[in-house]
Design a protein around this ligand. Structure first.
Ligand SMILES: [Fe+2]
Length: 410
């Protein structure tokens, strides 16, 4: 039998002995503070009581404030005897473990929380990851969309956010072509982010803010907010009217698909864009000079699940490239290759926004652009922060147990 203990310092499973008979020699000083948990698919695991205590902290009402879900005890400063587990009842394993503390408090820990602690399931659920489908212009035959009435009812919000996580965007059809309905739907996802342009916007192409978005010019595929340390996660656009003119078709490009193509065709360019920070700025308005806290690369990857999680690309707002002179040409060459991929017709999904059809897209993944237009357009929409967007996805798509298993574990 193999014996493992959860390391307090490194929070990793360490193999301590190969035979159960070794246990008294290996863990003499821990013997009073160890509980044994026979996991269904894993070798027996011994948890040190203090670690276990912190690990299951949220299950115990005397440790965590039930109203705020925050810790009430600092285990680093508490006397260990006060937080020692007296016994663990495994009779309901793998559904639950009943734990009794030495002070008499009892708590029940779902088995899935213990089993999933560092498994990919919990890591993916923390990030609200779903199976992603990257796409090209062919998505025009069946773009992800939901009816407004369905979004308002039952699990509609969960479905909408799931579509956006899977495809990077979704339409909401047959909704009132009003700023009120648009704002209300956005606020049902999360708080609308306030920026130097304001919060919820409702504007015509009058250059009221000094940004090309407020003109009638064509816009190349880009992500918004590259000048922020944290660009908005979700963006909404709803065309309320277009009078006395034509044009203005919108385009979307799947940034993850484009990055995938760059990786396959020009691996070195992908590496350069993943490792080289680029500055950006928003400084067209009086009294405003916004720059991110540091230069961020075009591609950001998750340390935990080794996946691309963010694409930043905005040629109009780009500032300096944080690389020595000798590497600058290499960056420009890599950036030109990515730009060419973004502008391949097969990668651009073109469509016409129309009143009653709201577009929501993931600004960390999908690039947007538009053709020039004539006449007068009235557009409304807004940003939602990435964490608020994922929070709403998680609370609408996961059960309470799944939420806890990917939130509270130590
Ligand atoms: Fe934009």
């Amino acid at each position: 039998m193999e014996v493992y203990v959860l390391s307090i310092r490194h929070a990793t499973l360490m193999k301590l002995a190969r035979a159960s008979s070794d246990l008294p020699d290996v863990l003499p000083h821990l013997s009073e503070h160890v509980i044994w948990i026979e996991l269904q698919h894993l070798p027996p695991i011994a948890y040190h009581s203090v670690t276990t205590f912190d690990f299951i902290y949220a299950m115990a009402g005397h440790i965590v404030n039930r109203d705020t879900a925050q810790r009430q005890i600092n285990v680093f400063q508490s006397d260990a005897s006060k937080v020692t587990i007296a016994s663990a009842d495994m009779s309901d394993w793998p559904q639950h473990v009943k734990v009794t503390f030495q002070d008499g408090h009892e708590t029940v820990v779902p088995g899935s929380i213990i089993q999933n602690r560092r498994l990919l399931t919990a890591t993916r659920q923390r990030a609200g990851l779903v199976s992603q489908t990257t796409w090209t212009s062919e998505i025009q035959s069946d773009p992800p969309s939901l009816n407004y009435a369905d979004v308002q009812a039952g699990p509609g919000m969960a479905k909408l956010l799931h579509k956006i996580r899977a495809h990077g965007f979704a339409f909401v059809d047959d909704m009132p072509a009003t700023p009120e309905a648009t704002q209300s739907l956005l606020e049902s996802i999360g708080p609308i982010r306030n920026t130097h342009y304001g919060g919820f916007y409702d504007f015509t192409s009058d250059l009221s803010s000094k940004d090309t978005a407020y003109t009638s010019e064509a816009l190349e595929p880009h992500t918004d907010n590259t000048y922020f340390t944290e660009p908005a996660g979700l963006q909404a656009l709803h065309l309320l009217s277009h009078t006395d003119g034509a044009g203005g078709q919108s385009s979307l490009v799947d940034g993850f698909r484009a990055a995938e193509q760059l990786y396959k065709e020009h691996r070195y360019a992908y590496v350069i864009l993943s490792m080289t920070g680029v500055y950006a700025h928003a400084s067209g308005n009086e009294g405003i000079n916004i720059q991110p806290a540091q230069a961020f690369p075009t591609f950001t990857h998750s340390e935990q699940y080794k996946k691309l999680i963010q694409v930043r690309w905005n040629n109009a707002d780009r500032a300096g490239v944080d690389t020595p002179w000798r590497h600058l040409e290499g960056w420009y060459d890599a950036a030109a290759k990515f730009d060419a991929i973004l502008n391949e017709q097969k990668n651009q999904y073109w469509f016409q926004l129309k009143p009653g059809r709201m577009l929501l897209f993931d600004n960390w993944r999908v690039l947007h652009g538009r053709a020039a237009f004539t006449g007068k357009r009235r557009m409304c929409g807004g940003y939602i922060g990435r964490d608020d967007f994922i929070s709403r996805f998680r609370t609408t798509n996961y059960s309470q147990e799944e939420l806890e298993a990917s939130t509270l574990t130590g």
